[in-house]
Design a protein around this ligand. Sequence first.
Ligand code: SDX
Length: 435
Amino acid sequence: MSKDTLSIRHNGTGHEVEYPLLNGTLGKQTVDVRGLYKDLDCFTYDAGFKVTASCKSKITYIDGEKGILLYRGYPIEQLAEKCSFIEVAYLLMNGELPNVEQLDYFDNEIRHRSMLHESLRHFFEGFSYDAHPMAMLVGVVGSLSAFYHSEMDMSDPEHRRVCAARVLGKMPTIAAASFRHSVGKPFVYPRLDLGYCENFLNMMFSRSSPNYIDPNFTVDDKLSKALNILFILHADHEQNASTSTVRLAGSTGANPYACIAAGVAALWGPAHGGANEAVLNMLAEIGSVDRIPEFIARAKDKDDPFRLMGFGHRVYKNFDPRATLIRKTCHDILADSNKDDPLFELALELEALALKDDYFIEKKLYPNVDFYSGIIYKALNIPVEMFTVMFAIARSAGWLAHWLEMVSAESAPIGRPRQLYLGETNRDVIPLAER
Ligand code: SDX
């Protein structure tokens, strides 16, 4: 019996089968149970896929116990310190950091793909004035598939590359347009002379309009640097819910723009990317330090659905390394802007009290990436309802990297999980008159 196998014995039939244990370059062994149904006539059950490897990937590695996060083998701390978001997006999508020539070409292409088709720009006029920016984002990103029909042969690597560059280039423009519509301001066109983060901040906050460019508006360098770090930290995270959604949609051969729209929709949930908005709303509800114990007690109460937003993670049972980096950026931003944001002080106090609480210690619940990001976005004057949109811009790099990896794989079977059926057994329909 090989040490690199796992034997599974069906004690009802006495039938025992050995399954191979697959070794990755890092991380836990995985047992390949694809033959289980044929061999032992049963399925596995793993609601929420907590211990299920859905694919093989070379993009991102997380060690939840040690609080490690690597993008293509590079520690997130080094990437956040030494790279631009566009460099990291190139790394995630291509597997290697770009050299100067490759970065120039990629950056230039992304800038040139930031424009929207004029008819698509008019979509925003159809949204209600108080539509949530995420509702507009999910709708307009999905609508890209109604405008860009060329380069749709997914067997062609160049077509795949163009689709990915289009999405990465247009996400900030669509996101900023969603915000401008929600506050009744004119759309601001992207500019070719600005980098990715600067362009986004200009489209968000410039006083420009279609026929007027405000010559005096300049993007605050500190803000675009902070945004660059936030985008890098949010760019990818292995098989999280929204990335798994993109892979599942992509496994059917669906239009790539529709797949990314599916990822945007999944990210919106407060248990996932919507948590940063939920953290700010929670801090506002707590209101003052003396009410923190009341909310910690509610988070521990099994009969109370309240959860401490920004705490806990499916994978990290240690500090989320991104939260550590974001916490520092938070301090720097608030110190620079001389802002003693009461919400930040409240967040620090909540963190300190929660981390001392036996429940949080026992359940290994630490602040995650969303705990501090909202406070920085608030300091950057980004409105709360735009927080998850910011997450979506950054995560589009990761979604695209996983989509590219999946569609270019030799075998990418359509995702089709099974179930444990608990419904009615076979029964006959009784005619309506007799029911
Ligand atoms: C993101 O997957 C990713 O990688 C996601 C992400 C990414 O980059 O893509 O990292 C981004 O989504 C971060 C998470 C943002 N969400 C929140 O901050 C919302 C609050 N957090 C929880 O909803 C929760 O922690 C989850 C959803 C993040 C994880 O849920 P799990 O997998 O069910 O957590 P778990 O299994 O580790 O929970 C263990 C226990 C449970 O209690 P018991 O059933 O054992 O009694 O801890 C409890 C949970 O009820 N628990 C919490 C809690 N989180 C977990 N109790 C109170 N407050 C919390 N926040």
